[in-house]
Design a binder for this molecule. Structure first.
Ligand code: FES
Length: 144
């Protein structure tokens, strides 16, 4: 069993209600959604043809892929529509601490796994964020 780590992603207020945001953490792209009473996180690439699930329409506790309409659970990543049944994406535990959303990821995607060509940007107004972990750790450390 691989070790896991909690990664601080962004302020909860930066993810609008019933919307998703894509975050590149290390070498993994994750979609984080604000369901109002909680945040949920799944792999951002649709298992059909890699569509951006973070841009999908949130319907209840599911997301509808913007490319061809596959419906996937935001709670466990399982396919919910006839076409997506039997397919799934990974889902990840989340929590909010002092207004900051954290996601628990396998350690294999941790520090030192910076995405190639990742922009040196952090959370902001964009719908997609790229978080080089070393920079993120420094940014949060500076605030503490
Ligand atoms: S890529 Fe998501 S439904 Fe086709």
């Amino acid at each position: 069993m691989s070790a896991k780590q909690w990664i601080r992603i962004t302020y909860a207020k930066d993810i609008p209600l019933r919307e998703g945001r894509a975050v590149s953490v290390g070498n993994r792209e994750i979609a984080i959604f604000n369901l109002g009473d909680r945040f949920v996180a799944i792999d951002s690439r649709c298992p059909h043809r890699g569509g951006p699930l973070s841009d999908g329409i949130v319907s209840g506790t599911a997301v509808v892929c913007p490319l061809h309409g596959w419906r996937l659970s935001l709670e466990n990543g399982q396919g919910l529509s006839p076409a997506s049944s039997g397919h799934c994406v990974s889902s990840f535990p989340t929590r909010v601490e002092e207004g900051v959303v954290l996601v628990e990821l396998p350690e294999a995607h941790g520090p030192g796994k910076r995405a190639q060509g990742a922009a040196e940007t952090g959370p902001g107004d964009s719908r997609q964020w790229s978080i080089p972990l070393e920079a993120m750790d420094e940014a949060w450390a500076a605030q503490e």
